[in-house]
Ligand binder design. Structure first.
Ligand code: ADP
Length: 248
């Protein structure tokens, strides 16, 4: 891993929620940050970019696109390299949730969950991995799994399947890329309060299926819900040079 102070991160799903918190945190940690999200999130992305530039003086670049589209992901990585000077940290955070039981989920909902969450992570790791290997200065990759990626949950078959897949992709990438000084990890949050969980939110993902939070705090060992910043703190550590021995 390079000891250069000018490290560069690409964060997908950076317009809101956990992705936005991660982008702000990495900038506060002195990284330049490329902010990726769907085209409809242009305005919130601009406000995240403004906040980063005003509070940290770090450089940003906005790139819109769909993480389940290979050309878009290839462009996200290419523009990050061209505009910010390289790619050291890939945060494959963009995600969606479509609820549904095994017997009732539509194929469309299944495909959306799998395409964005699983294929999107795979494409980000593929193109970021190629870039990091070519640069030859190591790197850090982090994906968004979930407690739903460790254990089955009712009414979330597509989401659970996709988040299990994210863990598999993460472990495969970790095994293959370690020799290049690249670590690959995933966070698996449980009860986190973000726009994804607020039915009346004006977030970019208004068609997401709202998830009930009512008894999640009770079920958590610490008896409370977490925040996006709590996840960002973990990611901040995982991408530091000193986290070189944590992977998979
Ligand atoms: P979380 O609770 O994980 O933070 P959010 O719904 O708040 O979830 O944020 C997910 C982000 O991912 C949103 O900003 C959303 O626009 C983005 N996103 C969703 N689908 C895609 C996609 N196909 N390509 C890029 N970004 C996406």
């Amino acid at each position: 891993m390079s000891s250069s102070i000018d490290r560069i991160a690409l964060v997908t799903g950076a317009a809101q929620g956990i992705g936005k918190s991660i982008a702000l945190r990495l900038a506060a940690d002195d990284l330049h940050v490329a902010l990726a999200d769907l085209p409809r999130a242009q305005e919130p992305l601009e406000s995240v970019a403004k906040e980063i530039e005003a509070t940290t003086g770090r450089r940003t670049h906005i790139v819109t696109g769909d993480v389940s589209n290979e050309e878009h992901v290839e462009r996200m990585v290419r523009e990050t390299v061209e505009r910010l000077g390289g790619l050291d940290v890939m945060i494959a955070n963009a995600g969606v949730i479509r609820a549904g039981t095994v017997t009732e989920t539509t194929l469309e909902n299944w495909t959306t969950d799998m395409n964005v969450n699983a294929t999107g992570t795979f494409l980000c790791f593929m193109h970021a991995g190629r870039q990091m290997i070519a640069q030859g200065r190591g790197g850090r990759m982090v994906a968004a799994s979930s407690v739903a990626g460790k254990k089955g949950h009712p009414n979330q078959v597509a989401y659970c399947a996709a988040k299990f897949a994210v863990r598999a992709i993460t472990q495969c990438a970790a095994i293959e890329l370690g020799q290049h000084g690249i670590t690959v990890n995933a966070y698996a949050p449980g009860a986190i309060v973000t726009p994804m969980r607020e039915p009346d939110s004006t977030c970019a993902l208004e068609e997401n299926t709202p998830i009930e939070n009512y008894n999640m705090a009770d079920r958590a060992a610490v008896q409370k819900l977490g925040s996006a910043d709590d996840v960002a703190s973990i990611v901040s550590y995982l991408v530091k040079p000193e986290a070189h021995f944590i992977t998979g």
